[in-house]
Design a protein around this ligand. Structure first.
Ligand SMILES: NC(=O)c1ccc[n+]([C@@H]2O[C@H](COP(=O)([O-])OP(=O)(O)OC[C@H]3O[C@@H](n4cnc5c(N)ncnc54)[C@H](O)[C@@H]3O)[C@@H](O)[C@H]2O)c1
Length: 443
């Protein structure tokens, strides 16, 4: 099939490359000329395991073309995917300006029947707005092409995005027309050969499904964080409690790891958008608001515990930071807990030595030069002369470090582990003061 992808970010680029891998002819359009130029030369502007191979191979075989040329992009695809950003607006709602700008351009340039697919995460009612904007443009041009609007939310996870897209647990397609539903089934059939479902539903339900999925996952994280905080107060061990509840098939083990709270480009903004959707219709979503509040507190509690250890004063304390991206295997730092931790500790006068395998460039660009914050080239370099180590993201390389080497490099062997990576008993034996989340080693 001839497909067009608008937006070459984490979702657009992965989606475009995976569709091309299945033999489709894909044009991927982005308004960022530097990004498009890099992609045309086979350079990937983001870190996402496995993606580079797909982009290179399909580029070489001419199934994946990158462009900034809007008219060419619109004309190419029978199916036009909108995969641009939907960041949080000042009132918490999703900012749809980029989505509607793409819709307008589609209306200005379409030259025949098109299926327009919302791949971006967009609130209920967006398909109606997309339809209106396109219809306005067609009217202004004095033409009358038919088109359909589909909601096809994306559930991939950064870090395993290519695998997630190639083998989805399910595909959700909101289509108000039977023929379009058949087209979506045909497009996705190669990805669900193991009989994972393609769930066809109405457009509004599909739009809401994505927010409901993220809302539920965020709830699991805040739930286990709250249980961890109760464990810390009662002497229970959250890793035991987690196993005890997770083995119940109604609960499950996934997404039940306590930590420093969720971040990233999706959960925080999608929670706000869902809350806004509910409130703007006169309903107070108490569970969702509590989930967000617990999440914000979780970051603050982590910083507070560090400060408490130093008697409330971290002025001139040297703190090593391991992990800056919002989760491992990505360079994405949007809403990353590390940013809150860095800002709070710098404001309190600490000196930070930060290391991340992939995200340091992004943090440098985002925060700029900040007195007291230095970036180092290895996890061990971060520990030189450190009064404590703070683990914020659970990159695999942090799981089995050389503890003797760590203790030698540090001024004092103290670890605040925001991801519960180590055994408290082992850390005690090795002579570390070890603070973790909701387990018995906590002081
Ligand atoms: N990142 C994820 O893990 C993930 C997962 C599922 C869904 N989503 C959703 O997918 C959407 C995109 O997210 P992302 O992380 O890929 O965003 P992103 O910021 O990485 O990428 C968006 C891209 O769109 C481009 N763009 C902006 N305006 C454009 C226009 N008018 N025409 C063409 N390109 C334009 C930008 O230059 C950028 O490259 C969001 O709605 C997000 O919530 C993201």
């Amino acid at each position: 099939m001839k497909l067009t992808m608008f937006g070459a970010g984490y979702v657009g680029l992965v989606t475009a490359a995976c569709f091309a891998e299945m033999g489709n002819e894909v044009v991927c359009m982005d308004t960022d000329p530097a990004k498009v130029e890099a992609l045309q030369q086979g350079r990937i502007p983001i870190y996402e395991p496995g993606l580079e191979d797909y982009v290179k191979r399909n580029g070489e075989e001419n199934r994946l073309v990158f462009t900034t040329d809007l008219a060419k992009a619109v004309e190419h695809g029978l199916i036009c995917f909108i995969a641009v950003g939907t960041p949080q607006d000042t009132d918490g709602s999703a900012d749809l300006s980029m989505v509607l700008a793409v819709a307008r351009e589609i209306g200005r340039h379409m030259n025949g029947y098109k299926v327009i697919v919302e791949k971006s995460t967009v609130p209920v009612g967006t398909a109606v707005m997309v339809r209106q904007v396109i219809a306005e443009e067609l009217k202004a041009r004095g033409v009358d092409y038919e088109f359909d609007v589909v909601s096809n939310p994306e559930f991939l996870k950064e870090g395993t995005a290519v695998d997630d897209f190639m083998k989805p647990d399910r595909v959700v397609a909101g289509c108000d027309d039977v023929r379009v539903a058949e087209l979506m089934k045909e497009l996705y059939a190669p990805f669900v050969r193991t009989n994972h479902p393609i769930i066809i539903m109405d457009v509004v339900s599909a739009e809401l499904t994505k927010y409901a999925a993220n809302g539920f996952l965020a709830t699991k994280i805040s739930f286990i964080n709250e249980i961890a905080n109760i464990c810390a107060l009662t002497g229970a061990d959250v890793s035991m409690v987690r196993q005890g509840i997770g083995s119940d098939s109604r609960i499950g083990n996934l997404f039940l790891f306590p930590g420093v709270g969720y971040g990233g480009s999706c959960f925080p903004k999608d929670m706000q958008a869902l809350i806004h959707t509910a409130r703007s219709r006169g309903y107070a979503p108490r569970i969702l608001e509590a989930v967000e509040a617990v999440n914000q507190d979780q970051r603050r509690l982590f910083v507070e515990r560090v400060k408490n250890h130093f008697g409330g004063d971290v002025q001139d304390k040297v703190l090593a930071l391991w992990g800056l991206s919002f989760k491992p295997l990505t360079d994405d730092i949007r809403e990353a807990p590390a940013l809150t931790v860095i800002n709070d500790l710098l404001a309190a006068g600490a000196r930070l030595q930060a290391y991340d395998p992939k995200a340091m460039t992004a943090v440098k660009e985002y925060l700029g030069d900040r007195p007291g914050l230095s970036y180092v080239s290895s996890s061990y370099a971060a520990l030189e002369g450190a009064d404590a180590l703070l683990i914020i993201t659970e990159w695999a390389a942090f799981r089995e470090p050389d503890f003797e080497r760590m203790a030698k490099a540090m001024k004092s062997p103290v670890i605040f582990d925001g991801r519960n990576l180590y055994s408290p008993a082992k850390m005690a034996k090795l002579g570390f003061r070890y603070f973790c989340i909701g387990r018995k080693a906590d002081a």
